[in-house]
Design a protein. Structure first.
Length: 146
């Protein structure tokens, strides 16, 4: 998929995941942002410390996954961006606006991945024991639409 100038990345990925009923995908991307908000997870406070970069940056590396959380898709993205002075900044992608493009390569796996909230961190982590098979997900979606 390709994002254009002004598109917000996290919302766009989530919309795409909902539209295509994705539940076990991984993706990578390259491109550039006009601005980005990174996150660093603070274990003590169990929350993301927001790191805004309000300038044009290159996307040096972007990777993430799409899993299921509480019955719907959840997008989890990490990114490293480069500034004009050559410094790099990275972390969890909270929000970003594209300029001029972001080229995403997305691959769907044959198994959907389910998340479960971890009591120690408060994070929704992948739980392989409760992850349904693709057939189970297809049957559940078919029954719901049915």
């Amino acid at each position: 998929m390709v994002f254009d100038t002004g598109d917000e990345v996290t919302a766009g990925l989530l919309d795409f995941a909902k539209q295509h009923q994705l539940g076990g995908s991984h993706f990578t991307a390259i491109g550039a942002f006009s601005d980005v908000v990174l996150g660093y997870f603070d274990l003590k406070n169990k929350d993301y410390q927001k790191i805004p970069l309000r300038e044009q940056v290159e996307v040096l590396s972007l990777m993430g996954d799409i899993t299921l959380d509480q019955g719907g898709p959840k997008v989890h993205v990490h990114v490293v961006v480069g500034k004009s002075d050559g410094t790099a900044h990275g972390g969890h992608l909270i929000e970003a606006h594209v300029r001029p493009t972001l080229e995403v390569i997305l691959v769907e796996s044959p198994r959907h991945l389910q998340r479960k909230t971890d009591g120690q961190t408060g994070l929704a982590l992948i739980d392989l024991e409760t992850t349904p098979s693709s057939q189970e997900v297809t049957e559940a979606v078919t029954a719901e639409l049915g």
